[in-house]
Design a protein around this ligand. Structure first.
Ligand SMILES: CC(=O)N[C@H]1[C@@H](OP(=O)(O)OP(=O)(O)OC[C@H]2O[C@@H](n3ccc(=O)[nH]c3=O)[C@H](O)[C@@H]2O)O[C@H](CO)[C@@H](O)[C@@H]1O
Ligand SMILES: C=C(OP(=O)(O)O)C(=O)O
Length: 426
């Protein structure tokens, strides 16, 4: 287990460069096994999820090398093999091996995934999609076994009952090499889905409409990488630094951002009174603004991202009044609340509504990062508190925040991460 030690009273200043999007990367890596050539990505974030996906690739005899943000994957000698259960459970996106293995071998046996503990996370829509493509799905005690008949996967029309990032990506991965045309309706529209489609199309896939709610995929036989794929910037990492810089900064440039991906988040910050300077691919946060309270309701893209509701909390605690958050996607994404209360944060949750009030007497404490965004929001609060905070289970933060200690050091903030016992996840 890792602990993060944070001294309070440190203000962010300087600049930070955002890494490649976690939620793109974790789909792109499984997608790489569909290729008939080696593939190469750059601006790959150095996060635990990437290292764990590399372990899964290794179990399939797929070699991968990660160096200075460049990740090379060679799937040309891939062999179907059992996947390592512990690693599969260490992250959510391991479930993309269902779609990718199905596309590659016509069969997949994948353990149930892990990922953030943010309430129930069913995969019924993924399974509905695989079945529509002609697969048989058997849910075993700890794994899902998906098989196809001698004709393999057949293109089909799939209407999702709800908008799901994971189901859209999983079905897309399975359909890319299926016979005929697949039409996904009520598809998720997240930028990470567009990024994945761009990568696959550049290798010869025929995917149209990614980024809208209807995606059409004409199956192809072969996928060949011709160039390096640059991963889009992580809008959630960017939003986290934006919020922390506005809550507790002395002037911060956030570089390598696509501001349009952050539209609803930026709109809410501006509604609070944060004066942002927005350039083509970077944003300046002056800090020290007088802040008004707001109401936030999360929604699928292009709505306000659920992954940013917790990182926004330290900023809401600086506002002059009471803010509210309703997380429509994950109403149980509230594990940060008792930890923040122990630090003196004025935050509570009742009947699905999170209420956050101006909090002045914040003090350091030992707190638990139960998941990635809960953990990082505790870090944001710890920087504003008196005294030292110890964040236990900081591994969750490292699942998705690229080189966080180094990035904060460049922002004049000193964080310490210590390993308590042998770390088996990496
Ligand atoms: C690796 C990755 O990209 N993770 C993101 C992805 O997670 P993930 O892909 O797991 O989230 P989904 O978009 O699938 O979930 C959206 C909602 O649909 C529900 N649902 C989903 C699938 C299904 O088969 N049945 C069902 O009921 C979920 O419980 C949730 O309430 O999108 C979430 C919502 O933006 C983000 O918080 C996660 O960071
Ligand atoms: C919920 C998240 O991730 P995952 O889906 O990988 O658990 C997240 O990134 O906030």
């Amino acid at each position: 287990m890792k602990k993060m030690i944070v001294k309070g009273g440190q203000k962010l200043s300087g600049e930070v460069t955002i890494g490649g999007a976690k939620n793109s990367t974790v789909a792109l890596i499984p997608a790489a096994i569909l290729a008939d050539t080696p593939v190469k990505f750059d601006t790959v974030p150095d996060i635990l999820d990437v290292h764990n996906l590399m372990l899964i690739l290794n179990s399939l005899n797929v070699t991968s090398h990660f160096n200075h943000g460049e990740l090379e994957i060679d799937p040309t000698n891939i062999k179907a093999a059992p996947l390592p259960g512990n690693t599969i459970r260490s992250l959510r996106a391991s479930y993309y091996f269902m779609g990718a293995l199905l596309g590659r071998f016509g069969e997949a046996m994948v353990g149930f995934p892990g990922g953030d503990n943010i309430g129930p996370r069913p995969i019924d829509q993924h399974i509905k999609g695989f079945k529509a493509l002609g697969a048989s799905v058997e849910e075993k005690k700890n794994a899902v076994h998906i098989t196809t008949g001698p004709d393999g996967l057949q293109g089909a029309r799939i209407f999702f009952d709800l908008v799901s990032v994971g189901a859209t990506i999983n079905v897309l991965l399975a359909a890319v090499k299926a016979k005929g045309t697949t039409i996904i309706e009520n598809a998720a529209k997240e930028p990470e889905i567009v990024d994945l489609a761009t990568f696959l199309n550049n290798m010869g896939a025929h995917i149209r409409g990614a980024g809208t709610d209807v995606i059409r995929i004409q199956g192809v036989d072969c996928l060949r990488a011709k160039n390096t794929h640059t991963i889009i910037p992580d809008r959630i990492e960017a939003g986290t630094y934006l919020a922390f810089a506005a809550a507790n900064g002395n002037g911060v440039w956030i570089k390598n951002v696509i501001p349009e991906h952050l539209d609803p988040f930026i709109a809410k910050m501006q509604e609070m009174g944060v004066h942002l300077q927005i350039d083509e691919d970077k944003i300046y946060v002056p800090g020290g603004d007088l802040l008004a309270p707001i109401t936030v309701k999360t929604a699928p893209f292009p709505g306000f991202a659920t992954d940013l509701q917790q990182p926004l909390t330290p900023l809401l605690m600086q506002a002059n009044g009471r803010s509210t958050i309703i997380d429509t996607l994950y109403p149980e994404r509230i594990k940060h609340i008792p930890e923040m209360q122990r630090m003196g944060g004025r935050i509570s949750s009742k009947d699905g509504i999170i209420t956050i009030s101006h909090s002045t007497n914040l003090k350091g404490a030992t707190v638990n990062a139960s998941e990635i965004r809960a953990g990082v929001s505790l870090l944001g609060l710890a920087l504003m508190a008196d005294g030292t905070t110890v964040i236990e289970h900081a591994d969750h933060i490292l699942r998705g925040y690229d080189r966080i200690v180094e990035k904060f050091r460049n922002l004049s903030v000193n964080l310490q991460v210590i390993t308590e016992s042998a770390d088996v996840s990496r």
